[in-house]
Design a protein around this ligand. Sequence first.
Ligand code: NAP
Ligand code: MG
Length: 404
Amino acid sequence: MEKIRMTTPLVEMDGDEMTRILWQMIKDKLILPFVDLKTEYYDLGLLHRNETRDQVTVDAANATKKYGVAVKCATITPNKQRMEEYPQLTEMWKSPNGTIRSILDGTVFRCPICIDAIQPVVKNWKKPITIARHAYGDVYKSVDFHTEEPGECTMTFKGVSGEEHTVCVQKVDGPAVWQGAHNKDKSIRSFARACFQYAIDTRQDLWFSTKDTIAKVYDGNFKRIFEEEFEDYKAKFEELGLTYFYTLIDDAVARVIRSEGGYIWACKNYDGDVMSDMVSTAFGSLAMMTSVLVSPDGTTEYEAAHGTVTKHYYKYLKGEKTSTNPMATIFAWSGALKKRGELDGIAALTAFGEKLEEACFDTLNAGIMTRDLVGLVEEGFTARAVTSEEFLDAVAQRLREKLA
Ligand code: NAP
Ligand code: MG
């Protein structure tokens, strides 16, 4: 069989631990036999990030801007424990995802991969719910401190023009905690545009929620900017029969639980952090959650939502064959290849990505699964646990049949 040709390279960001092992297996078994793979390779493995003083992460993000599509393996974000585990580290390097997100100024869209054998905990959910998480500011870029004595806290903004604006945060009669947070209109605007564009691309309604009845100016600013930006997308939404719906976060939570699913729920940074774990758990498993970072100019980076699955890696190092679920990582590859095919007008590459996903579904529907999923299967379905390698072989066999 002739391999599918590519014209533009995909930016490939390799990563750490068990997902790095899966990464190579996925390439060897599911991609390289069928695609004349063209990638610009960046090794974001922790030790290589250390050797390059994290320059490799910045280079990979810039390459993504240049070529438009990237696929990323999960990576270790070092903490104190990792500094002990890897004594050669010269610094506690920042989260690569954080670095890439701030360079691409993107919004993260997370969507569960659903199969019939695993039903959501929420009975009425029939279709996947995609969480769109704003990836800049609020509590994640805030400052905070604790004070002991009675007193008053004020907040001052000093403009470059010399103009100042001060408000009293609160007067207190004893020990207290304080926090100062911000967001930028520019970032909120990008967030809004990425959400509207993604809704159009995936043909789904868009919901957006904040708490603007309480944070009248702060959350009110999010609401206003979304309304302003929607003007540019309104006609397209109407043409496609899509709706943009704004509501308060507590009302949204109630409606989401009662809904059938099948829409995008845009959330502020912290809300998105919390709600994406709620949604992914209710749909079944973090190992079945895809994640794509979309920047306002349409640049996309595909990854899995889970981490490097450290515990499985330690077993692998001891020579054990693990049953780590590669689904989300495979879907990162299929998503990136489909997008590359679309942008370059290579129908065969897009079709390959689709067939790869179908082969995964066929394998799961045949009851061949990794261990994490077997325990979630509903009564009336049969499933047997296989190793990652066996699962990938089963997918490869089905993929070959589809491509023949
Ligand atoms: P994790 O790697 O997502 O794993 C947490 C647990 O979830 C695993 O121990 C496993 O449970 C289960 N799990 C996750 N993915 C799975 C899969 N594909 N197949 C089967 N089970 C899966 O999170 P973590 O252990 O908190 O973090 C490990 C490392 O990943 C950290 O160094 C962190 O910095 C990094 N991380 C990276 C990213 C990213 O690059 N996007 C995201 C999050 C975390 P059992 O052990 O019970 O089987
Ligand atoms: Mg989180």
